[in-house]
Design a protein around this ligand. Sequence first.
Ligand code: DHB
Ligand code: FE
Length: 289
Amino acid sequence: MARISASVYTSHVPAIGAALDLGKSHEPYWQKVFQGYEFSKEWLRRSTPDVIFLVYNDHANAFSLEMIPTFAIGCAAEFMPADEGWGPRPVPKVVGHPELAAHIAHSVIQDDFDLTIVNKMDVDHGLTVPLSLMCGQPSADKFAWPCPVIPFAVNVVQYPVPSGRRCYNLGKAIRKAVESYDEPLNVQIWGTGGMSHQLQGPRAGLINKVFDNNFLDRLIADPAGLASMPHIDYVREAGSEGIELVMWLIARGAMDDEFGKRTLKVAHRFYHVPASNTAVGHLILENPS
Ligand code: DHB
Ligand code: FE
């Protein structure tokens, strides 16, 4: 059977992609961000999975107000980087895993979660920036991400957005789906977005370091309790775009430590302010083998 070996959590700021693509990553401002991912790049090189299940949100690039799926699973063979207004990022196309994606869709829908099946979709910074942070810039002679990626888009842009509890329970259903796949694949699940930030209105620029660090503590040690936090607390404490953090609960729900049966390993933890308008948070949690 396939299994989920680890989960990765990271913010996905577009300016990080621009800093990498425009060769600014050695500037002191960006060095403070990228140094938090040095361990992670080495960790991913050592433990490259067969597939990454990447939970992210689209920012009105693949979808728009015309169509707003709450949960959308990418079942295509490949996904192109989206043009977000400045041309597509010069990063590799994302190669999917249609067989595993279709299996997960089948299992999770049978488990009463309504997924939208997407067979054609461009992927924006929500997905490509975490890949860049974790993999670095792919070299010209090997212009490819290290493994197939299943994009899983969550609506956290237009209300109503899914609750933390629903996201956490969906993660459990995803784990069950992966573990019923009849091939010994090593799968990682990544939860992206956040941490505290607000890009609009009178509170634009809001950052809340106390909230963010408490969120990281509870994501590790009390995910079920954290999953009951209502939306209004995210918005009040972490800003209007802080709601992206519910996506981290999907990845956390897919980890294998329920009821204290097992202990997760915290392989890496990083927090830094600022990156553009955002607090950058990052965690790597490993399932015991
Ligand atoms: C910004 C955009 C995002 O989607 C995000 O999650 C964080 C920051 C930005 O434009 O700065
Ligand atoms: Fe975002």
